[in-house]
Design a protein. Sequence first.
Length: 651
Amino acid sequence: MYKRRLKIFLILMAVAEAVLIGRLAQLQLIHGELYRRQAESLLAYEELLPTGRGRILDRRGNVLAEDKACYDFCLHYRMLKGPGATEADRKAYRRWADGWIKRIARRENITLDRAKELLPERMERTWRLAETITGGTRNEMARAAEEIVGRVETWRRIVGGPVKEEYLSHPVASVQDEETKVRLQGCLDRMVGASVRPSHRRSYPFKELACHLIGLLGPVGEDELARTRRNRSLPIDARLGDYLPEDRRGLSGAEKLCEGMLRGRRGYRRRRRTGEILEEVPARTGPDVHLTIDADLQRALARVFRRRPDGTEDRQRCGAVVVIDVPSGEVLAMVSQPTYDPNEYRRRLRALTGDRVDLPLIARAFAARYPPGSTVKPLVAVAGLTSGVIHPGEEIYCRGYLLPNAPDRFRCWIWLQYHRTHGPLEVVGALEHSCNIFFYTVGRRLRLRRLHDWFAAFGFADRPGTGLPGERSGSLPDPNAPHDAGVPWHLAIGQGPISVTPLHVANAIATIARGGQFRTPVLVRELAGRQRRRDLKVSPETIRLVQEGMYRVVNSSSGTGRAARDYEIEICGKTGTAKTTPRRVDGRIVRSGDTAWFAGFAPYRNPRIAFAVMVEYSDKGGGPTCGPIARQVVRTCRDYLAAQGAWPSAR
């Protein structure tokens, strides 16, 4: 009996041992690698590494925007938000405050009650010291705090609960120099919730130069953060393109247009809790982006635009200058006035957004539309000649008004100003004298549908095509909608229901300069492959007549653009003066006058540049206002291109 029991016991022990050995084999040999990884994952954590943003350069490699090393002065989120409105916020604030009360008591060897009394004074001292040392104002830092709190609250709403950003410090000011950083660090013992850490900020070395083209950075939107939230279950190497709440992204200009290239790709690091790095993938800085503009030319043309006839600067002048390289369609310069310094944008935000008179945030060259006035007459001449509604030698008589039975309507500018007429004119003379009656007649013959289609062929119905955020398409009337018979007559002189940007006008003139070959303008060289092209199928004879008319506008003694004449350069152009609604602020007129234009190309026989000059609210008209500016624009471009051996012979 004893032996039998012993055998049963030994058999049971053997079975148990076999099970244990089998299980150990399963754990170590079959699934050993899996469990090892799981164990390591519990002892390790992952962190994303920040990336640098690529630079924006001009066509010659000058830096227009870059990331620069700096030091951030940071305050804890609880100090930025305060007690908050919810019970959860108040509890979190009390926990944070209690921690600082204990720290103050320990550091200064005082009682907790006394430390609690001192906490508000220490918090106020923190703000005062930050103002003094960083040079920022309390209002600026308060706006930064509001932005941070808003961003974190957005992230909380997306996540649906607490987020780690509530337990971190956030930058409210930055300093560039080492001396200020040392001063800040020396004051940290007298501050509450403050820290200093290395960082980088977007820097714009040329300040206000081309600010509308370069653009700005701003907080990440809710849509991107929601996408980041949805991707949190993915492996870390699949989330390197996601935005985090503390990131900034392009809001406007090339910063937004080229966001996908400029922002680069963040890296990541896996490490043990002990600090040992298990795996690291370095971040990749975004590549450089090259604009087609030249910073020196842009600066020179900005000065030309502001210069009065007496040589002084008129910083109140508002408008735009656009210069396009005719052969390639590249934008050589695009000036919008007034401007602002993007380095100071956040500090001056309220002043900039509150300026309703000069509107400095509006990019007038490509994001504001104006009635083009008589600058469309070369386009209407092309449309009329190509459509066959007028013939090269045909004369149309200008009696000063279009309708014999209504002499007070559809009048020519020469009748209004001098009570004279132009008499009989063919197309070249009509362009030279900018005769309204001639072009009223062409518009009447073309009718709205054909006129609309030709304007659309020159790009007026679409956005200009550089890709810049904020680009506006031209505004044209619907040719299928009921309309007054006089609408196409008004359109033919650039008035009525038509408005375009200066970039539209410059590009339309470039199309005429290159013989009827339309190309969308190029601003970013890396995106040049997106340029759209089309042949308008305009005969060489039509182009010759229109170009000759534009030549005589400037170089004839009776041309409306003779103020732009330059005896060294054969400039071709077309003036324009468009009636414009006054600008009102709170019911008060703050700007009034006409929109003045001068658009053209040069040199005459071998066009290299096309340009448009526009001045808002002028009281002298397109020729007297914009002609002298246009002459200096062409001369400046000539000198710039000639220095590179790229200016063709004019004859």
